[in-house]
Design a protein. Structure first.
Length: 213
């Protein structure tokens, strides 16, 4: 079992799996109820989409991989002059005190999200949203694709990723994929970063939700 990160799920499932498409509809109805509670615009998930092409060679991996990027991002956020060094392999990234402290702030779209289910929607809001006693969304947390993108852009320099005005070139995406394939330093963090960046890019461009599953 592992995490798969997808976009355009409803459009795809309407063509291939009606039962799962119905589940997505029900889930997004709850998402919109939570958005409405916060007086935010509703998300209208498209039912048809052009082919969505991620430049990430890997969009699915063990759940633990996500925590490696979260740990890296937490350190980068709290240490502006931090020079990354490999973390001890024996340490669980989810147990890092810096991660725990940042989670408690409840303001990170990257950190405050389920590692196995749930959505990011292309609606811009500052902090993650959480299920209530009456409105329960998958994973109990809802992220903003724009909020996630801002955090990915912020951590990119610490990973040696070069962006131009927040845009990732095809050449740089290719370089990251090569680094991942060759197990370069921080290859796990790079793998997760690229998969999330591409999902956020496609989500914002095509107004479709990112789905963890």
């Amino acid at each position: 079992m592992g995490l798969d990160i997808g976009v355009g799920a409803l459009a795809d499932l309407l063509a291939h799996d009606a039962d799962s498409a119905a589940w997505i509809r029900r889930s997004l109805k709850k998402v919109n109820a939570l958005l409405a509670k916060e007086k935010l615009p509703a998300h209208d998930e498209p039912e048809t989409l052009p082919p969505l092409r991620s430049r990430a060679a890997i969009c699915g991996y063990p759940y633990s991989f996500l925590h490696h990027l979260r740990r890296f991002a937490a350190h980068a956020k709290t240490k502006p002059k931090w020079k990354p060094k490999p973390f001890p392999e024996s340490k669980d990234p989810a147990d890092d005190p810096v991660v725990i402290d940042e989670l408690a702030m409840l303001d990170s779209h990257l950190l405050c999200h389920s590692d196995c289910e749930g959505f990011y929607v292309p609606v811009d809001f500052p902090d993650p949203l959480f299920s209530t006693s009456k409105i329960k969304v998958p994973g109990d947390m809802l992220g903003s694709s724009q909020g996630l993108m801002r955090e990915l852009i912020a951590v990119a320099p610490f990973l040696g990723i070069k962006l131009k005005y927040g845009v990732l070139s095809n050449a740089e995406a290719k370089r990251i994929n090569k680094a991942v394939k060759e197990d370069a330093p921080f290859w796990i963090e790079l793998c997760v970063w690229l998969s999330l960046f591409e999902a956020a890019r496609l989500s914002i461009e095509h107004r479709t939700a990112i789905c963890f599953g």
